[in-house]
Design a protein around this ligand. Structure first.
Ligand SMILES: [Fe+2]
Ligand SMILES: [Fe+2]
Length: 189
């Protein structure tokens, strides 16, 4: 397998993620990869693909999972993770990616909401920080203050202590939003 197969996969991921109903998803895909590299400059190729494609199912309108069909937010998020993993496997097989890397990416993405071993934790943490970094303003516009506050606390709690400072260091242009997030998070501490 050469870099061709990997480039093809990255291209396919881009094409699908850009179709997401949530316009921030394409920035979140790239930004999650940037955070993966900030947390581990030597991140391997499987982690890179997983970062770019971890939310890919949101770009496939006919296959994306809906929160209303699940009893809890965590169940919905787990279904979302498995769905993204399955879609990425199809793409990697089509593009001729090595089985070992394909399995690795599938495993990473299936666990991106909950973490697990060191690499799964890395992806989960990059994803959470990226939510605060690039998704938050548009999420807030869609969902309003109460859901946004809950969503931020839910994400923040997934971060280990030593990475939580990243959330406070992210500059949010909107001062109101910043206050809402910080107060919500501090109330939980
Ligand atoms: Fe996700
Ligand atoms: Fe994500």
């Amino acid at each position: 397998m050469g870099t061709d197969a990997i480039d093809k996969v990255k291209g396919r991921i881009d094409e699908i993620v850009v179709l997401s109903l949530y316009s921030e998803d394409i920035f979140h895909s790239i930004n999650t990869l940037e955070w993966v590299f900030k947390l581990d400059p030597n991140a391997d190729i499987a982690l890179q693909i997983a970062a770019l494609g971890h939310d890919i199912e949101r770009g496939m309108e006919d296959r994306t999972v809906k929160a209303r069909n699940y009893d809890t937010f965590d169940e919905f998020k787990q279904a979302h993770a498995l769905n993204s993993a399955g879609i990425l496997v199809e793409i990697m097989e089509e593009c001729g990616v090595d089985q070992k890397i394909t399995d690795d990416v599938a495993h990473l993405v299936a666990n991106h909401e909950v973490g697990g071993d060191d690499r799964e934790e890395l992806l989960k943490n990059a994803d959470v920080i990226s939510f605060f970094h690039v998704c938050l303003p548009l999420y807030f516009d869609r969902r309003g203050p109460e859901t946004t506050r809950k969503r931020c606390v839910w994400g923040y709690k997934k971060l280990p202590e030593d990475l939580r400072k990243n959330v406070f260091e992210i500059e949010l242009i909107d001062e109101e939003l910043r206050k809402l997030v910080m107060e919500g998070i501090r109330a939980e501490e």
